[in-house]
Ligand binder design. Structure first.
Ligand code: FPP
Length: 261
């Protein structure tokens, strides 16, 4: 794609985005399980039920896009048995939910690298994405083998391969942050990022997309997280004042020497 074409890509407008974009770092599965004397994988299994609960509850809360951090590129360093159990859970979740999601207007998109996933999981991802491709009420993005820094590197390298020779717009670059085939899908920036499990860090998740996200951290372990907790986080979000670097009651052209904030 040439530089001019890159700039011509229509920008994803937050005004036309169907609802909030909420992203969740689902942390605490392992501690939830060990505190009950159970293997960590039992926490992941219970975590799947929490995923079902929040997906069911999200639309009623005005959420249009939900991005879940299911497996980071650094999670490959976990014990083999745990990694294998997680991969099996992703595969069975996608196989079980694809039809239901399609019937309920939920589009499933999996972001992150696919070349290190098993052929069976890749097939389940492709099937779930194809089965739900026409659904347009709600976008469920699941991040598997995902690293924000790697996504930024891949986007920069794709720009370079395309013979780009000027300044890309922020919007065009945002599109490239999603790997093909999803780089044509407009996804608004994250409005609200929630992290469960008590830690307060971003852990290489959606670093560019969260530039102006409101952050909500909760001590609740992910397997205990409910639609009511999601509602509480959204209410907290609604109490925040979002300024996008400007000051209240002034949304004009950026000043030449913009202050941060
Ligand atoms: C972090 O908790 C959680 C993960 C690495 C896996 C998240 C996966 C699920 C919730 C399972 C199902 C997901 C889908 C999308 C079907 P942790 O294990 O690091 O917890 P800890 O900090 O207590 O050790």
């Amino acid at each position: 794609m040439s530089a001019s074409l890159l700039r011509a890509v229509p920008s994803p407008s937050p005004a036309s985005a169907p609802g909030l974009h909420v992203a969740i770092i689902m942390d605490g599965n392992g501690r939830w399980a060990t505190s009950r004397g159970r293997p960590r994988t039992a926490g992941h299994l219970a975590g799947v039920e929490a995923v079902r609960r929040v997906v069911e509850g999200a639309e009623d809360l005005g959420i249009g896009t939900l991005t879940l951090f299911a497996f980071s590129s650094d999670n490959w360093r976990r014990p083999d048995m745990e990694v294998r159990a997680l991969m099996r859970l992703f595969r069975s979740y996608l196989a079980a939910e694809a039809d239901k999601c399609a019937d309920n207007g939920i589009r499933i998109v999996v972001i992150g690298r696919r070349d290190r996933l098993s052929p069976g999981l890749v097939q389940a991802i492709e099937r779930a994405e194809a089965r739900t491709a026409r659904a347009d009420r709600f976008l469920l993005r699941i991040a598997v083998d995902y690293s924000a820094r790697d996504a930024i590197l891949r986007a920069a390298s794709r720009l370079q391969q395309k013979g780009f020779d000027g300044d890309p717009s922020r919007e065009a670059f945002s599109r490239l942050l999603a790997d093909p085939p999803h780089d044509e899908l407009p996804v608004p920036d994250v409005d609200l990022l929630i992290r469960t499990g008590g830690a307060q860090r971003l852990a290489d998740f959606l670093l560019g997309e969260c530039s102006y996200a409101e952050l909500v951290f909760t001590d609740r372990m992910w397997p205990d997280f409910t639609a009511a907790d999601l509602g509480e986080a959204v209410r907290e979000f609604n109490r925040r004042e979002r300024r996008f670097g400007t000051v209240p009651a002034h949304r004009g052209e950026p000043a030449r020497a913009a202050a941060s904030g």
